[in-house]
Write a protein that binds this ligand. Structure first.
Ligand SMILES: NC(=O)c1ccc[n+]([C@@H]2O[C@H](COP(=O)([O-])OP(=O)(O)OC[C@H]3O[C@@H](n4cnc5c(N)ncnc54)[C@H](OP(=O)(O)O)[C@@H]3O)[C@@H](O)[C@H]2O)c1
Length: 269
């Protein structure tokens, strides 16, 4: 799979507008930056309006693209109406669902509301936005959707069980849509990222550094290059090797225990 896609190709395949859900920091801000550099206009969605506005101003200045911002909680009951309103009249050719919510610790020790919020942000949100924007893309027979999944979704993930399950949902949703929507001219991809240096990752206070941490830049450029070429993928050679071992070589029980051991060690839980 080529690791690089020409910027002008991205714009002609997925322009003129891209909507990034969860765009104010981390991987979402990196998607915004790389897509703006490719000449796509952007709708940036997250909760923090000030962070979105600052990013929007810098992208307009650096790349001369149009950037709109919308302060929306992706867990909001009226998400569909709010997403529709922020994109009204614009042709959204690319949807990136990047935001996620996670809680770390034992399943029974976590509040039920926290676990349900994981489902709202990580599962309900992608279904609603893929339904809304995927439908319009299919009608135009052109577009792309990237759902951020995780290596935590490759097998059961003790201590982050609900988050891991939500990321498996994102991957399997994207894979199903990859086949359904390619007949309609729409490319769909799940990015099963491994540990990536982002503000959210750093704020989770991991003890020590995982051996294979990636920067946001290559995770995003590999995702944009993989869109349209495969249903789901793991960024980074070392992560791909680890995923191969966990998914194909280890018995399922060993993969789950390995994941649990690593998470307990990383978070002291
Ligand atoms: N970083 C990693 O190590 C790693 C590893 C594997 C997979 N991933 C996946 O990669 C994606 C991005 O991860 P990340 O580390 O960049 O951080 P993240 O915390 O998952 O996402 C950060 C972005 O999402 C927004 N966001 C979070 N909750 C939101 C909500 N309820 N409504 C609206 N916006 C919301 C945040 O902005 P506001 O706070 O302003 O709302 C921020 O812009 C996630 O899907 C994650 O599961 C990350």
């Amino acid at each position: 799979m080529p690791l690089f896609r020409r910027r002008e190709d991205l714009r002609s395949a997925y322009g003129p507008w891209a909507l990034i859900a969860g765009a104010s920091t981390g991987l979402g801000a990196e998607f915004a930056s790389q897509l703006a550099a490719a000449g796509l206009h952007l709708i940036l969605v997250a909760r923090r309006a000030d962070a979105l506005d600052e990013l929007a101003a810098s992208l307009r200045k650096a790349h001369g693209v149009e950037v709109r911002t919308a302060s929306i909680d992706l867990a909001a009951p009226d998400l569909l109406a709010r997403a529709r309103a922020c994109a009204e009249g614009l042709e959204v050719g690319l949807l990136v669902y990047n935001a996620a919510y996670s809680c770390i610790g034992t399943f029974l020790g976590q509040a039920l509301e926290d676990k349900l919020r994981v489902l709202d942000v990580n599962c309900r949100g992608p279904v609603i936005l893929a339904h809304e924007f995927g439908g319009a893309m299919a009608a135009r027979r052109r577009g792309g959707i990237i759902l951020m999944s995780s290596m935590a979704g490759i097998q059961g993930a003790p201590m982050i069980a609900t988050y891991g399950a939500s990321k498996a949902f994102d991957r399997v949703l994207a894979e199903g849509l990859w086949d359904e929507l390619r007949a309609e001219g729409v490319d769909v991809l799940a990015c099963c990222a491994g540990a990536t240096r982002t503000p959210t990752y750093e704020a989770s206070n991991p003890r020590g550094k995982p051996p294979m941490i990636m920067e946001s830049g290559p995770v995003v450029s590999e995702s944009l290059a993989a869109l349209g070429k495969t249903p789901s993928f793991v960024p980074g050679m070392a992560n791909r090797a680890a995923a191969f071992v966990m998914e194909r070589l280890f018995p399922r029980s060993a993969a789950i225990r390995t994941m649990g051991k690593a998470t307990r060690k990383m978070y002291g839980v």
